[in-house]
Design a protein around this ligand. Structure first.
Ligand code: FAD
Length: 384
Protein backbone atom coordinates (compact mmCIF):
# COMPACT_ATOMS: atom_id res chain seq x y z
CA UNK A 1 0.00 0.00 0.00
CA UNK A 2 1.41 3.35 -1.04
CA UNK A 3 0.07 6.55 0.49
CA UNK A 4 2.16 8.97 -1.55
CA UNK A 5 1.30 10.19 -5.04
CA UNK A 6 3.34 8.86 -7.96
CA UNK A 7 5.25 11.35 -10.12
CA UNK A 8 2.55 11.04 -12.79
CA UNK A 9 -0.21 11.71 -10.29
CA UNK A 10 1.65 14.76 -8.96
CA UNK A 11 1.98 16.12 -12.50
CA UNK A 12 -1.71 15.55 -13.33
CA UNK A 13 -2.88 17.05 -10.05
CA UNK A 14 -0.60 20.08 -10.44
CA UNK A 15 -1.77 20.66 -14.03
CA UNK A 16 -5.42 20.67 -12.95
CA UNK A 17 -4.72 22.86 -9.90
CA UNK A 18 -2.88 25.44 -12.02
CA UNK A 19 -5.47 25.50 -14.80
CA UNK A 20 -8.23 25.75 -12.25
CA UNK A 21 -6.62 28.71 -10.49
CA UNK A 22 -5.50 30.52 -13.62
CA UNK A 23 -8.29 29.78 -16.11
CA UNK A 24 -11.42 28.41 -14.40
CA UNK A 25 -11.71 30.37 -11.15
CA UNK A 26 -11.37 33.71 -13.03
CA UNK A 27 -14.39 32.76 -15.17
CA UNK A 28 -16.41 32.03 -12.01
CA UNK A 29 -15.18 35.29 -10.43
CA UNK A 30 -16.40 37.35 -13.42
CA UNK A 31 -20.01 36.26 -12.81
CA UNK A 32 -22.45 36.71 -9.90
CA UNK A 33 -21.95 34.05 -7.21
CA UNK A 34 -25.69 33.44 -6.88
CA UNK A 35 -26.78 33.02 -10.52
CA UNK A 36 -26.35 30.14 -12.97
CA UNK A 37 -23.42 30.83 -15.31
CA UNK A 38 -24.26 31.74 -18.90
CA UNK A 39 -23.64 29.02 -21.45
CA UNK A 40 -20.73 31.02 -22.93
CA UNK A 41 -18.94 30.86 -19.56
CA UNK A 42 -19.60 27.13 -19.30
CA UNK A 43 -18.09 26.59 -22.75
CA UNK A 44 -14.99 28.57 -21.72
CA UNK A 45 -14.64 26.24 -18.74
CA UNK A 46 -15.29 23.12 -20.83
CA UNK A 47 -12.53 24.14 -23.25
CA UNK A 48 -10.10 24.04 -20.32
CA UNK A 49 -11.45 20.69 -19.08
CA UNK A 50 -11.02 19.27 -22.59
CA UNK A 51 -7.41 20.48 -22.75
CA UNK A 52 -6.81 18.74 -19.42
CA UNK A 53 -8.17 15.51 -20.93
CA UNK A 54 -10.94 15.05 -18.37
CA UNK A 55 -14.12 15.46 -20.42
CA UNK A 56 -14.22 11.70 -21.05
CA UNK A 57 -11.98 10.16 -18.39
CA UNK A 58 -13.82 6.83 -18.22
CA UNK A 59 -13.68 5.89 -21.90
CA UNK A 60 -10.58 4.38 -23.48
CA UNK A 61 -7.90 6.45 -25.23
CA UNK A 62 -8.58 4.59 -28.54
CA UNK A 63 -12.15 5.92 -28.43
CA UNK A 64 -10.94 9.47 -27.86
CA UNK A 65 -11.30 9.41 -24.09
CA UNK A 66 -8.84 9.90 -21.25
CA UNK A 67 -8.71 6.22 -20.20
CA UNK A 68 -7.93 7.39 -16.69
CA UNK A 69 -7.83 5.34 -13.53
CA UNK A 70 -10.66 6.42 -11.23
CA UNK A 71 -8.20 7.23 -8.43
CA UNK A 72 -6.23 9.57 -10.70
CA UNK A 73 -9.43 11.16 -11.94
CA UNK A 74 -10.57 11.62 -8.33
CA UNK A 75 -7.34 13.37 -7.38
CA UNK A 76 -7.82 15.68 -10.36
CA UNK A 77 -11.49 16.43 -9.69
CA UNK A 78 -10.57 17.29 -6.09
CA UNK A 79 -8.68 20.31 -7.49
CA UNK A 80 -11.66 21.75 -9.38
CA UNK A 81 -14.25 24.17 -8.01
CA UNK A 82 -17.05 21.76 -6.97
CA UNK A 83 -19.68 23.52 -9.07
CA UNK A 84 -17.50 22.64 -12.08
CA UNK A 85 -16.81 19.11 -10.78
CA UNK A 86 -20.54 18.34 -10.49
CA UNK A 87 -21.23 19.62 -13.99
CA UNK A 88 -18.30 17.58 -15.28
CA UNK A 89 -19.45 14.25 -13.84
CA UNK A 90 -22.89 14.76 -15.37
CA UNK A 91 -21.28 15.56 -18.75
CA UNK A 92 -18.66 12.82 -18.81
CA UNK A 93 -21.06 10.24 -17.30
CA UNK A 94 -23.38 10.88 -20.25
CA UNK A 95 -20.44 10.56 -22.65
CA UNK A 96 -19.68 7.13 -21.14
CA UNK A 97 -23.32 6.11 -21.66
CA UNK A 98 -23.24 7.21 -25.30
CA UNK A 99 -19.94 5.40 -25.80
CA UNK A 100 -21.13 2.12 -24.29
CA UNK A 101 -24.77 2.11 -25.43
CA UNK A 102 -25.05 3.83 -28.81
CA UNK A 103 -24.55 2.63 -32.37
CA UNK A 104 -21.49 3.92 -34.21
CA UNK A 105 -23.29 6.63 -36.21
CA UNK A 106 -24.61 8.28 -33.03
CA UNK A 107 -21.21 7.97 -31.31
CA UNK A 108 -19.55 9.61 -34.32
CA UNK A 109 -22.14 12.36 -34.48
CA UNK A 110 -21.99 13.40 -30.81
CA UNK A 111 -18.81 12.26 -29.09
CA UNK A 112 -16.21 14.44 -30.87
CA UNK A 113 -17.93 17.75 -29.92
CA UNK A 114 -18.72 16.53 -26.41
CA UNK A 115 -15.16 15.34 -25.77
CA UNK A 116 -13.75 18.58 -27.18
CA UNK A 117 -16.00 20.53 -24.78
CA UNK A 118 -17.78 22.32 -27.64
CA UNK A 119 -21.06 20.79 -26.50
CA UNK A 120 -22.40 19.88 -23.06
CA UNK A 121 -24.33 16.76 -22.02
CA UNK A 122 -26.42 15.59 -19.09
CA UNK A 123 -28.49 12.66 -17.83
CA UNK A 124 -32.07 13.00 -16.61
CA UNK A 125 -33.39 10.25 -14.38
CA UNK A 126 -35.03 11.81 -11.31
CA UNK A 127 -38.78 12.50 -11.25
CA UNK A 128 -41.15 13.57 -8.50
CA UNK A 129 -41.80 9.92 -7.54
CA UNK A 130 -38.51 8.48 -8.78
CA UNK A 131 -35.63 9.92 -6.76
CA UNK A 132 -34.05 7.39 -4.42
CA UNK A 133 -36.24 4.77 -6.11
CA UNK A 134 -34.64 5.35 -9.49
CA UNK A 135 -36.44 2.40 -11.09
CA UNK A 136 -39.84 4.02 -10.58
CA UNK A 137 -39.49 6.25 -13.66
CA UNK A 138 -42.88 7.16 -15.19
CA UNK A 139 -41.78 9.27 -18.18
CA UNK A 140 -43.47 7.48 -21.08
CA UNK A 141 -41.86 6.41 -24.31
CA UNK A 142 -44.07 5.57 -27.29
CA UNK A 143 -42.54 4.18 -30.47
CA UNK A 144 -44.28 4.80 -33.79
CA UNK A 145 -42.28 3.62 -36.81
CA UNK A 146 -39.11 5.68 -37.23
CA UNK A 147 -40.06 8.07 -34.45
CA UNK A 148 -40.44 7.89 -30.70
CA UNK A 149 -42.38 10.26 -28.42
CA UNK A 150 -41.46 11.12 -24.83
CA UNK A 151 -43.97 12.49 -22.30
CA UNK A 152 -43.23 13.28 -18.67
CA UNK A 153 -41.10 15.49 -16.47
CA UNK A 154 -37.73 15.32 -14.74
CA UNK A 155 -36.43 17.24 -11.73
CA UNK A 156 -33.07 18.33 -10.33
CA UNK A 157 -31.18 17.73 -13.56
CA UNK A 158 -27.59 19.01 -13.51
CA UNK A 159 -26.58 20.90 -16.69
CA UNK A 160 -30.04 20.56 -18.28
CA UNK A 161 -30.44 24.27 -19.09
CA UNK A 162 -27.05 24.45 -20.84
CA UNK A 163 -26.98 20.95 -22.32
CA UNK A 164 -26.94 20.29 -26.06
CA UNK A 165 -27.53 16.57 -25.51
CA UNK A 166 -29.71 15.02 -22.82
CA UNK A 167 -29.94 11.33 -21.98
CA UNK A 168 -33.46 10.72 -20.65
CA UNK A 169 -34.61 7.58 -18.85
CA UNK A 170 -38.14 6.52 -19.83
CA UNK A 171 -40.42 3.52 -19.69
CA UNK A 172 -42.37 1.67 -22.37
CA UNK A 173 -44.76 0.43 -19.67
CA UNK A 174 -44.63 -2.91 -17.88
CA UNK A 175 -43.92 -6.42 -19.15
CA UNK A 176 -46.06 -9.52 -18.48
CA UNK A 177 -44.37 -9.88 -15.03
CA UNK A 178 -45.24 -6.31 -14.09
CA UNK A 179 -41.64 -5.11 -14.47
CA UNK A 180 -41.01 -1.68 -15.94
CA UNK A 181 -39.52 -1.80 -19.44
CA UNK A 182 -36.97 0.96 -18.98
CA UNK A 183 -35.28 2.60 -21.97
CA UNK A 184 -33.02 5.60 -22.42
CA UNK A 185 -33.40 8.18 -25.14
CA UNK A 186 -30.77 10.58 -26.40
CA UNK A 187 -32.22 13.99 -27.23
CA UNK A 188 -30.47 16.63 -29.27
CA UNK A 189 -31.55 20.06 -28.01
CA UNK A 190 -31.32 21.53 -31.51
CA UNK A 191 -33.82 18.97 -32.84
CA UNK A 192 -36.17 18.24 -29.94
CA UNK A 193 -38.69 20.46 -28.24
CA UNK A 194 -38.83 20.41 -24.47
CA UNK A 195 -39.09 22.99 -21.71
CA UNK A 196 -36.33 23.59 -19.14
CA UNK A 197 -36.86 25.64 -15.97
CA UNK A 198 -34.00 26.46 -13.60
CA UNK A 199 -34.67 25.52 -9.94
CA UNK A 200 -33.40 28.02 -7.32
CA UNK A 201 -31.40 26.21 -4.60
CA UNK A 202 -29.33 27.03 -1.48
CA UNK A 203 -25.87 26.21 -2.86
CA UNK A 204 -23.74 25.65 -5.97
CA UNK A 205 -25.68 28.61 -7.32
CA UNK A 206 -23.45 29.22 -10.33
CA UNK A 207 -24.40 25.73 -11.49
CA UNK A 208 -27.49 24.53 -13.33
CA UNK A 209 -30.19 22.41 -11.75
CA UNK A 210 -33.44 22.21 -13.66
CA UNK A 211 -36.84 20.77 -14.18
CA UNK A 212 -37.38 19.44 -17.71
CA UNK A 213 -40.82 18.88 -19.22
CA UNK A 214 -41.48 16.69 -22.27
CA UNK A 215 -44.83 16.82 -24.03
CA UNK A 216 -44.82 14.15 -26.72
CA UNK A 217 -41.28 15.28 -27.55
CA UNK A 218 -40.36 13.66 -30.88
CA UNK A 219 -37.03 11.84 -31.27
CA UNK A 220 -35.72 9.52 -34.01
CA UNK A 221 -36.31 5.91 -32.92
CA UNK A 222 -32.58 5.31 -33.53
CA UNK A 223 -31.90 7.52 -30.50
CA UNK A 224 -33.24 4.90 -28.11
CA UNK A 225 -30.04 3.63 -26.53
CA UNK A 226 -28.80 0.62 -24.59
CA UNK A 227 -30.40 -2.75 -24.11
CA UNK A 228 -33.82 -3.21 -22.60
CA UNK A 229 -33.63 -3.02 -18.82
CA UNK A 230 -29.91 -2.24 -18.65
CA UNK A 231 -30.50 1.20 -17.12
CA UNK A 232 -30.21 0.00 -13.49
CA UNK A 233 -26.87 -1.73 -14.11
CA UNK A 234 -25.48 1.25 -16.03
CA UNK A 235 -26.62 3.66 -13.31
CA UNK A 236 -25.12 1.54 -10.51
CA UNK A 237 -21.72 1.44 -12.22
CA UNK A 238 -21.81 5.20 -12.74
CA UNK A 239 -22.94 5.84 -9.15
CA UNK A 240 -20.18 3.67 -7.69
CA UNK A 241 -17.64 5.91 -9.41
CA UNK A 242 -19.49 9.18 -8.82
CA UNK A 243 -20.01 8.79 -5.09
CA UNK A 244 -16.37 9.07 -4.00
CA UNK A 245 -15.86 11.78 -6.63
CA UNK A 246 -18.64 13.80 -4.99
CA UNK A 247 -17.02 13.12 -1.62
CA UNK A 248 -13.80 14.64 -2.97
CA UNK A 249 -15.67 17.75 -4.14
CA UNK A 250 -16.68 18.21 -0.50
CA UNK A 251 -13.07 17.60 0.56
CA UNK A 252 -12.05 20.46 -1.76
CA UNK A 253 -14.48 22.79 0.04
CA UNK A 254 -13.51 21.65 3.53
CA UNK A 255 -9.78 21.98 2.77
CA UNK A 256 -10.32 25.57 1.60
CA UNK A 257 -12.30 26.39 4.74
CA UNK A 258 -9.60 24.75 6.88
CA UNK A 259 -6.79 26.74 5.20
CA UNK A 260 -8.67 29.95 5.99
CA UNK A 261 -9.37 28.87 9.59
CA UNK A 262 -5.72 27.96 10.22
CA UNK A 263 -4.56 31.33 8.91
CA UNK A 264 -7.19 33.11 10.99
CA UNK A 265 -6.20 31.17 14.12
CA UNK A 266 -2.58 32.23 13.61
CA UNK A 267 -3.32 35.94 13.20
CA UNK A 268 -6.56 36.88 14.99
CA UNK A 269 -6.16 37.76 18.68
CA UNK A 270 -8.44 37.54 21.74
CA UNK A 271 -7.49 37.66 25.45
CA UNK A 272 -4.03 38.95 24.53
CA UNK A 273 -2.93 36.10 22.25
CA UNK A 274 -3.73 34.57 18.87
CA UNK A 275 -6.88 32.46 19.13
CA UNK A 276 -4.96 29.39 17.85
CA UNK A 277 -3.02 29.45 21.11
CA UNK A 278 -6.23 28.67 23.04
CA UNK A 279 -6.72 24.95 23.68
CA UNK A 280 -10.32 24.74 22.44
CA UNK A 281 -9.46 26.38 19.12
CA UNK A 282 -6.60 23.91 18.67
CA UNK A 283 -9.09 21.12 19.33
CA UNK A 284 -11.37 22.51 16.61
CA UNK A 285 -8.43 22.70 14.17
CA UNK A 286 -7.37 19.13 15.00
CA UNK A 287 -10.95 17.94 14.52
CA UNK A 288 -11.28 19.69 11.13
CA UNK A 289 -8.03 18.19 9.85
CA UNK A 290 -9.01 14.72 11.07
CA UNK A 291 -12.38 14.92 9.29
CA UNK A 292 -10.77 16.06 6.01
CA UNK A 293 -7.98 13.47 6.02
CA UNK A 294 -10.35 10.59 6.82
CA UNK A 295 -12.84 11.71 4.17
CA UNK A 296 -10.12 12.01 1.53
CA UNK A 297 -8.63 8.60 2.32
CA UNK A 298 -12.00 6.87 2.31
CA UNK A 299 -12.82 8.33 -1.13
CA UNK A 300 -9.38 7.42 -2.52
CA UNK A 301 -9.75 3.90 -1.14
CA UNK A 302 -13.16 3.39 -2.84
CA UNK A 303 -11.81 4.68 -6.17
CA UNK A 304 -8.77 2.43 -5.87
CA UNK A 305 -11.08 -0.56 -5.27
CA UNK A 306 -12.91 0.27 -8.53
CA UNK A 307 -9.55 0.45 -10.36
CA UNK A 308 -8.61 -2.97 -8.97
CA UNK A 309 -11.93 -4.46 -10.11
CA UNK A 310 -13.04 -5.09 -6.53
CA UNK A 311 -16.78 -4.74 -5.86
CA UNK A 312 -17.18 -1.20 -4.55
CA UNK A 313 -20.93 -0.77 -3.97
CA UNK A 314 -20.47 -0.64 -0.18
CA UNK A 315 -17.15 1.22 0.01
CA UNK A 316 -18.24 3.85 -2.46
CA UNK A 317 -21.56 4.45 -0.63
CA UNK A 318 -19.67 4.59 2.67
CA UNK A 319 -17.15 7.09 1.24
CA UNK A 320 -19.82 9.51 -0.01
CA UNK A 321 -21.94 9.31 3.14
CA UNK A 322 -18.94 9.85 5.39
CA UNK A 323 -17.22 12.51 3.28
CA UNK A 324 -20.30 14.68 2.71
CA UNK A 325 -21.15 14.68 6.43
CA UNK A 326 -17.56 15.01 7.67
CA UNK A 327 -16.87 17.91 5.33
CA UNK A 328 -20.08 19.70 6.26
CA UNK A 329 -19.03 19.39 9.93
CA UNK A 330 -15.45 20.49 9.11
CA UNK A 331 -16.72 23.62 7.36
CA UNK A 332 -19.06 24.39 10.27
CA UNK A 333 -16.09 24.20 12.66
CA UNK A 334 -14.04 26.44 10.35
CA UNK A 335 -16.92 28.94 10.46
CA UNK A 336 -16.84 28.67 14.26
CA UNK A 337 -13.10 29.45 14.37
CA UNK A 338 -13.86 32.62 12.39
CA UNK A 339 -16.46 33.88 14.88
CA UNK A 340 -18.71 36.52 13.27
CA UNK A 341 -16.63 36.50 10.09
CA UNK A 342 -17.58 32.83 9.64
CA UNK A 343 -21.16 33.72 8.84
CA UNK A 344 -20.37 36.83 6.78
CA UNK A 345 -20.89 36.65 3.04
CA UNK A 346 -17.69 38.67 2.64
CA UNK A 347 -15.42 35.74 3.55
CA UNK A 348 -17.42 33.10 1.68
CA UNK A 349 -17.13 30.20 4.15
CA UNK A 350 -20.90 30.19 4.61
CA UNK A 351 -21.14 29.67 0.84
CA UNK A 352 -18.78 26.68 1.08
CA UNK A 353 -21.05 25.22 3.77
CA UNK A 354 -24.16 25.73 1.60
CA UNK A 355 -22.35 24.19 -1.38
CA UNK A 356 -21.19 21.18 0.67
CA UNK A 357 -24.74 20.57 1.95
CA UNK A 358 -25.98 20.24 -1.64
CA UNK A 359 -23.81 17.17 -2.20
CA UNK A 360 -25.75 15.12 0.37
CA UNK A 361 -28.56 14.74 -2.18
CA UNK A 362 -27.33 13.60 -5.65
CA UNK A 363 -26.27 10.05 -6.43
CA UNK A 364 -27.69 8.64 -3.21
CA UNK A 365 -28.96 10.39 -0.11
CA UNK A 366 -27.27 9.41 3.13
CA UNK A 367 -30.07 7.11 4.26
CA UNK A 368 -29.98 5.29 0.94
CA UNK A 369 -26.18 5.04 1.05
CA UNK A 370 -26.40 3.45 4.52
CA UNK A 371 -28.91 0.94 3.12
CA UNK A 372 -26.56 0.11 0.22
CA UNK A 373 -23.71 -0.50 2.65
CA UNK A 374 -26.04 -2.50 4.89
CA UNK A 375 -27.10 -4.67 1.95
CA UNK A 376 -23.45 -5.45 1.24
CA UNK A 377 -22.90 -6.39 4.89
CA UNK A 378 -26.07 -8.44 5.33
CA UNK A 379 -26.76 -9.71 1.85
CA UNK A 380 -30.33 -8.50 2.46
CA UNK A 381 -31.85 -5.41 0.86
CA UNK A 382 -33.84 -3.27 3.34
CA UNK A 383 -35.19 -0.75 0.84
CA UNK A 384 -38.79 -1.97 0.60
C1 FAD B 1 -27.01 19.02 -6.71
C2 FAD B 1 -27.90 17.96 -7.27
C3 FAD B 1 -27.63 17.41 -8.53
C4 FAD B 1 -28.47 16.46 -9.08
N1 FAD B 1 -28.23 16.01 -10.35
C5 FAD B 1 -29.07 15.11 -10.93
C6 FAD B 1 -28.88 14.71 -12.29
O1 FAD B 1 -27.99 15.22 -12.98
N2 FAD B 1 -29.74 13.79 -12.83
C7 FAD B 1 -30.76 13.25 -12.10
O2 FAD B 1 -31.48 12.43 -12.63
N3 FAD B 1 -30.97 13.62 -10.80
C8 FAD B 1 -30.17 14.54 -10.20
N4 FAD B 1 -30.37 14.96 -8.92
C9 FAD B 1 -31.51 14.41 -8.17
C10 FAD B 1 -31.10 13.47 -7.05
O3 FAD B 1 -30.50 12.30 -7.56
C11 FAD B 1 -32.36 13.16 -6.21
O4 FAD B 1 -32.81 14.39 -5.65
C12 FAD B 1 -32.05 12.14 -5.13
O5 FAD B 1 -31.94 10.87 -5.68
C13 FAD B 1 -33.12 12.11 -4.04
O6 FAD B 1 -34.38 11.95 -4.60
P1 FAD B 1 -35.61 12.83 -4.05
O7 FAD B 1 -35.20 14.25 -4.06
O8 FAD B 1 -36.82 12.42 -4.79
O9 FAD B 1 -35.75 12.41 -2.52
P2 FAD B 1 -36.46 11.07 -1.97
O10 FAD B 1 -35.98 9.87 -2.71
O11 FAD B 1 -37.93 11.30 -1.94
O12 FAD B 1 -35.90 11.02 -0.49
C14 FAD B 1 -36.47 11.77 0.59
C15 FAD B 1 -35.98 11.16 1.90
O13 FAD B 1 -36.50 9.83 2.05
C16 FAD B 1 -35.43 8.93 2.35
N5 FAD B 1 -35.76 7.61 1.79
C17 FAD B 1 -36.20 7.33 0.54
N6 FAD B 1 -36.36 6.00 0.38
C18 FAD B 1 -36.00 5.43 1.56
C19 FAD B 1 -35.94 4.08 2.05
N7 FAD B 1 -36.25 3.04 1.27
N8 FAD B 1 -35.54 3.88 3.30
C20 FAD B 1 -35.18 4.91 4.10
N9 FAD B 1 -35.19 6.20 3.71
C21 FAD B 1 -35.61 6.46 2.46
C22 FAD B 1 -34.19 9.56 1.70
O14 FAD B 1 -32.98 9.10 2.30
C23 FAD B 1 -34.45 11.04 1.96
O15 FAD B 1 -34.00 11.37 3.24
C24 FAD B 1 -29.57 15.96 -8.34
C25 FAD B 1 -29.85 16.50 -7.07
C26 FAD B 1 -29.04 17.50 -6.55
C27 FAD B 1 -29.36 18.10 -5.22
Amino acid sequence: MNFSQTDDQQMMVEAVRRSSQERIEPVLARHPVDKPLPKSAMLEIYAVLAELGITAPRIPVEAGGGGLKMLDYGMMIEQLPPVVGLSLISHEGTISRIHSGCPEDIRNRYLPDLIAGRKIACTANTEAGAGSDSGAVRTKLRIDGDWAYVTGSKMWITNASVADVINVSCTLGTDENGRSMGRRVLMDRSQCEYEVRETPVMGLQQGHLSEVVFEATRVPAGHIIGEAGDAAKTLTLAWNGNRPLIGLMCVHLAQKAFDLALEHAKTHKQFGKVIGAHQLVQQDLAEIETLIVSARLMCYSALDAIDRGVRANGSSAMAKRFATQACERAIQLAMQVHGGMGISQELGIERMWRDARMFQVPDGMNGILALIQGRELMGIGAFR
